[in-house]
Ligand binder design. Sequence first.
Ligand code: UDX
Length: 430
Amino acid sequence: MKLAVIGLGHTGLVVAAVLAEIGHQVHGFDIESGKRSRISRGHSPFYEPDLDSLIARGLATGRLVISRTLDEAQADAEVVFLAVGTPAANGDAPNLAEFWSAAGQVVPLLLPHAVLAIKSTLPVGTTDELIARFKAQWPDAPPVVNVPEFLRQGTAVADFLRPERVIFGSHSPAALNVMRVVYEPFKLSSETIHECRPVEAELIKHAANCFLAARISYANELANLCGRLGADYEIVRHGLAADSRIGSSFLNAGLGFGGSCFPKDLAALIKTARDAGSPFTLLEATLAANRAQVHRVVALADEMVGGLSGRKVLQLGLTYKAGTDDTRGSRALELAFLLIREGAELTCHDPAYIPTEVGSDQLFTIADDPVSAASRMDLVLIATDWPEFIDLPWSKIVGSMRSARLLDGRNLLDPTEMTAAGFTYRGIGR
Ligand code: UDX
C-alpha cells in the first residue's frame, strides 16, 4: 500500500522504516530539513538499535522515500500517519500546536477515501475534537483512526515489528478495514487487534503508561520504607515478583521515572480526570511520589558525604534510561542540577549523552573515562541503569577515591561485593 508518515521522530521514523520493511511503499516527511537529509543519507537522527539498517534497506529498495514537502509525501497516500511530537509543555500537559498545524495542512490535501491514522499521543478526547473540527470545515473530511503506539526507546524496532497488541480507535468501519490491510503483513492473531472508538484508544494508551508509572512509584516508596526499616528492597522485590499476579516488570526502584512519555501522559490523564469531575487520586500520588524521589536521592547523597557543598561527586548516567541518548524528562539530569545547586563539584559520565541541555556542559565536567574520573572523588553515584556500569573495575576505582562512597541510585550492584571491595555502599532501600 502507499503510505505517508508525517513527523519522523522517535515514533514516526520507526513506524516509517518498519512499514517499508514489511513491504509498503512509504513516504516520510519531517518539518526539520536537517533531520530529513540525515535520514536520506541512511542515518537516524537519534540512537535506536537496528534502526539505521532498516532505514538503509528501505532507501535502497526504494520502499522508503524521504520527501521534501508534505504535499509530495502524501500525494498518493492511501493512509497518512500523523506522528508529530506532542511535547510536554509547562505544567507537563502536552503542547498540541505542532499537531494541530500538521493536521490542518494534511487534511485538505488527502485523496478521497484516504485514511488519517493518528500515532501522536493526544490527550483523551482530542481525536473526537479533531473529527468535529474537520467535519465543520470540510464536508468530505477523511475517516480518522487513532492507533496508539506502545514502542519503548531502545527496543522500538522489535516492539513495532512484533506488537503485543494493536489498537484501532475509529468510528468508521471502512477505515478499520483499511487499517487491517496495512497491518496484514505483521500476521497478527485476531486477538492481538483491538477495535474500539477513538476515546477508548486514547484511554488505553494513557492508562497503560500510567499503570506502569504507578508501579514504579509504588516500588520507590516501598524501597524508601525498606531503607527506613533496615530491610533490603531487592529481597522484598524478588518475593513480590514471585507472585504471578504481580510479576517482575516495572518494580525497579531508583530516581523515579522519566522520558518523554510517562510524566507527560500521567499529567495529561490527571487533567482529563479532573476536568471530567472524576479525580484520579492514585495517579496524583504517583506523580507526587515521582517528583519527590530524586530529592530523596539528593538527601541520601548529602547524608553519605556529610554535606554536599564542596564535595567532589562523579555521577554515572545522564540519560533517562539505558539504551538511549535521550535526556527528555531525565531524572538523572535533574539530579545533576540538584547536586550542583547543593554545591557539589560535579563530574558526569554517560555512554551516550550528547550535551544538548542549555548550559549543562558548563555546569559539570563530562568525563569520557569513568575510571580515571573517579580519582580523588568523595562519592560515586549511579543515576542511570546502563549495564556497562556493572562491569566497571570497581576494585580499581575504590583505591583511587578520596573516600570510597558509592550511592547506587538504580540498585545495579551487589552490596556485599561492593562492601567487600571497600566501599561504603548505599542503594535505594538497601
Ligand atoms: C514508555 C512505555 O513503556 C512505552 O510503551 C510508551 O510507548 C512510551 O513510554 P519508554 O519511555 O521508552 O517507554 O521507557 P520505559 O522503558 O517504559 O521506562 C520509562 C521510565 O521508567 C524510565 O525513566 C525508566 O528508567 C523508568 N523505570 C522503568 C523505572 O524507574 N523502574 C522500572 O522498573 C522500569
